[in-house]
Design a protein around this ligand. Structure first.
Ligand code: CA
Length: 221
């Protein structure tokens, strides 16, 4: 499980980092809106813990930008502001939970666990896009109702694209999710897999399925 902690107060950040590491979660700490933005663009997280008062902006604006860019990661807002208006605004912008400061370590661990559970329970089993249908339980892919043979890696890659439709997936993110040791993955290996998916799923003369975003990665069209 990967947790992104967005918190500028060093002490609180370290406290959270330790608490999450003790649960064996992988932790990344961002201290500014800019760092948080970069972290999320580069990697996928299972839960985001978001402080509101950040040196270069407001966490709520960050949340708003993420949600409108299609980021669906569960967000736990953490803030000294316990005004009802702020809380409601955060939840309206797509936060999943809200924890006023000061909080205890048990409290924050329990909230994160609950978000992870909820996320796991809400997992969809069938993904569709255009004429593509991916049945995650039966491990079957169809295009306009006709079965498409995919290898395990191709299936996993297509699943990743469908789960993040419209979002740019960087090569780093793809390598992390699809290959166990991302640092060994030659970037052109990812290109090879994308080409195979295109060959199997794009109709001749039809619209592109996966767009190449130059210098960055790929995006489901
Ligand atoms: Ca702060």
């Amino acid at each position: 499980m990967k947790i992104l902690i967005v918190e500028d107060e060093r002490k609180v950040g370290q406290f959270l980092e330790r608490a999450m590491a003790e649960q064996s979660y992988t932790v990344h700490v961002a201290r500014t809106c800019a760092q948080a933005h970069d972290a999320l663009a580069e990697s996928a997280f299972d839960v985001i813990i978001l402080d509101l008062g950040l040196p270069d902006g407001d966490g709520l604006d960050l949340l708003k930008a993420w949600r409108s860019a299609g980021h669906t990661e569960p967000v736990l807002i953490l803030s000294a502001r316990d005004a009802v208006a702020d809380r409601i605004r955060g939840l309206n912008l797509g936060a999943d939970d809200y924890l006023p400061k000061p909080f205890s370590v048990d409290e924050v661990v329990a909230r994160v666990r609950s978000l992870l559970r909820r996320q796991a329970g809400a997992k969809v089993t069938v993904l569709t896009h255009g004429g593509i249908r991916l049945d995650l339980l039966a491990r079957q892919a169809t295009l306009q109702g006709a079965a498409v043979e995919l290898t395990n890696r191709e299936f996993a890659l297509l699943e990743l694209f469908l789960l993040h439709a419209g979002r740019v997936l960087t090569r780093t993110m793809i390598a992390e999710k699809i290959w166990e040791s991302p640092y060994d993955v030659e970037t052109n290996l990812i290109d090879v897999y994308v080409r195979r998916l295109r060959r199997k799923l794009e109709r001749p003369g039809g619209p592109p399925l996966i767009r190449t975003v130059r210098g960055t990665g790929y995006q489901l069209a």
